[in-house]
Design a protein around this ligand. Structure first.
Ligand code: NOJ
Length: 539
């Protein structure tokens, strides 16, 4: 193994969405004390760090991605003492806490914005992005990611402010050096409290140029990120992951330059947005184009090798459950959940497990009124007004709505899945009686125990970190197979991405070395792969 390997390159990260993880006080919302009570479980997965979704003070318009105080905890989740307990207890288990930093925008209830809005002459006015205008005539056509215009009029000022997300999430003006300094000071404070790293929310949007309709990769973006790195990250042993929807392999090499001048790694979505109609948004569904998925995986693997670092993920709190999306959440739920895990964990990068993914949790299929997410509510209203049928709107929400991944964690088959003693803030997926931690702990062949094996395997073998990537059977759309080679070890990963038995050349397996892992109980080499079969070999 290369002596320059960083700890986070050998790590696996577990994402906790705090309000859905574990409630300790019966208010139906997960909290910090609940999370602390489940740290032994997280440790048992073998992961090295927790990406903790935002727990800061917030009106919760976008479940905490609208922060009104970066240095305090929202009472829903506890208080600063609880956060210190979490940091201490996690560190005692060798688990670092990655704090979710929302730096592109604040809540409109943040004192900075309240001041900014109080008058054009207020010193904080320029901390946000304003344009003069007349009511009903926004500066341009920019759209909010949650639907509608990205501009909101403030009559007292005769000005519009920019919000790339909800009206309650005004964009900060990063071109003002005071804004950058205030954010860097705050991040240094969190690092001093013992944070092990940061996840930077939509960080590629901070250097926006709204007059040119530029949101991502603005002219000054990498200058500002380098400034942040020098002010906060350098000289500290942090992991910093940037959520970058716009990243290409070229820009990812800047973001995750091994010289450490920007961040540790990118979190990019090129594979995740494939099942939508080209040029449309995620709600305009299309079948997953397998040939494209394979190309995208190969491209990122090959282009970043030695030049940058990627996050490996199928799920997070913004995207649906992978087993429902690209696997089969009915008769092959366990097999396909394991198959998808095998593909992901064989690749180069840092794998992320989103809470419940390790159980093969599935999408929820609720009535519109049962969802809580602002994005779901907005898109439903917008599309109804545009004349879409309710049926097509619900089909899109069932496939892509963010609440699919946000249903409470399924701990056991008891009341409310062991998540809360109160009324859960979002309905629990009724399949919790079958799919839950307790049941899977007891089953050596569960999805949960398969994930544990994969995490341990990655720790054991350096080839996961530094092996190069060779695709096998490039033209086939029913299998994903590849090898990774670091000169001393060779890993071969072979998967059937379908619910049918498919042909697979026996000689590839005969030459692949020792069988290491399979999601079936035997390993025949008979020129076939069974439905959703996945194998790993090491030589
Ligand atoms: C990305 C976050 O992951 C998402 O949940 C949030 O709504 C937006 N950024 C806005 O902060």
């Amino acid at each position: 193994m290369n002596t320059n390997t960083k700890w986070w390159q050998k790590s696996v990260i577990y994402e906790v969405y705090p309000r859905s993880f574990k409630d300790s006080n019966g208010d139906g919302i997960g909290d910090l004390a609940g999370l602390v009570s489940k740290l032994d479980y997280i440790q048992s997965l073998g992961v090295d760090a927790i990406w903790l979704g935002p727990v800061f003070k917030s009106p919760q318009d976008d479940n905490g991605y609208d922060i009104s105080d970066y240095q305090d905890i929202d009472p829903l989740f506890g208080n600063l003492e609880d956060m210190k307990t979490l940091l201490r207890e996690a560190n005692a288990r060798d688990i670092r806490i990655i704090v979710d930093m929302v730096l592109n925008h604040t809540s409109d209830e943040h004192p900075w914005f309240v001041e900014a809005k109080s008058g054009r002459d207020n010193p904080k006015h320029d901390w946000y992005v304003w344009r003069d205008g007349e009511p009903g005539c926004p500066p341009n056509e920019m759209r909010s990611c949650f639907g509608g215009s990205a501009w909101e009029y403030v009559p007292e000022l005769g000005q519009y402010y920019l919000h790339q997300y909800s009206v309650k999430q005004p964009d900060l003006n990063w071109d003002n050096p005071e804004v950058r300094q205030a954010l860097f000071d705050m991040m240094n404070w969190w690092a001093d409290q013992g944070a092990g790293g940061f996840r930077l929310d939509v960080i590629d949007s901070v250097a926006k140029e709204p007059d040119k309709m530029i949101t991502a990769e603005g002219t000054n973006l990498h200058k500002y990120i380098k400034e942040m790195s020098a002010a906060v990250f350098q000289g500290r042993d942090l992991v910093v992951v940037g959520e970058c929807w716009s990243a290409t392999p070229e820009t990812a090499k800047l973001w995750s330059n091994p010289d450490g001048s920007e961040l540790s790694m990118v979190f990019q979505f090129e594979h995740i947005v494939l099942d939508q109609q080209p040029g449309k948004d995620k709600w305009d569904l299309a079948p997953l184009p397998m040939a494209k998925l394979k190309k995208v995986i190969a491209k990122w693997q090959q282009e970043l090798n030695g030049k940058g670092w990627n996050s490996l993920f199928w799920e997070n709190h913004d995207v649906p459950r992978i087993v429902s999306r690209w696997g089969n959440d009915k008769e092959y739920r366990e097999k396909s959940a394991k198959m998808l895990a095998t593909i992901l964990f064989g690749l180069q990068g840092t794998p992320y497990i989103f809470q419940g993914q390790e159980l093969g949790m599935t999408n929820a299929c609720y009535e519109l009124e049962e969802y809580r997410d602002i994005e779901i509510r907005n898109i439903a209203a917008e599309r109804l007004a545009e004349g879409y049928t309710m049926e097509s709107i619900m089909e899109s929400i069932h496939a892509k709505g963010r609440d699919n991944a946000r249903t409470p964690m399924q701990w056991n088959a008891g009341e409310n899945a062991g998540f809360t003693t109160g009324e859960p803030w979002l309905k629990i997926n009724p399949n919790y009686t079958e799919i839950n931690v307790e049941a899977q702990e007891a089953d050596p062949h569960s999805v949960l125990n398969y994930y544990r094996y994969l995490v341990a395997l990655r720790k054991r073998e350096d080839v996961f970190v530094d092996g190069d990537y060779q695709e096998i059977l490039t033209e086939r759309e029913d299998v994903i197979a590849y090898s990774r080679d670091n000169g001393s070890r060779k890993l071969t990963v072979v998967t059937n991405f379908t619910g049918e038995t498919v042909d697979f050349p026996a000689e590839i397996l005969e030459n692949a070395g020792e069988p290491e892992l399979c999601n079936y109980s035997d390993w025949p080499v008979d020129g076939k792969l069974r439905p959703y079969e996945a194998r790993m070999y090491l030589k």
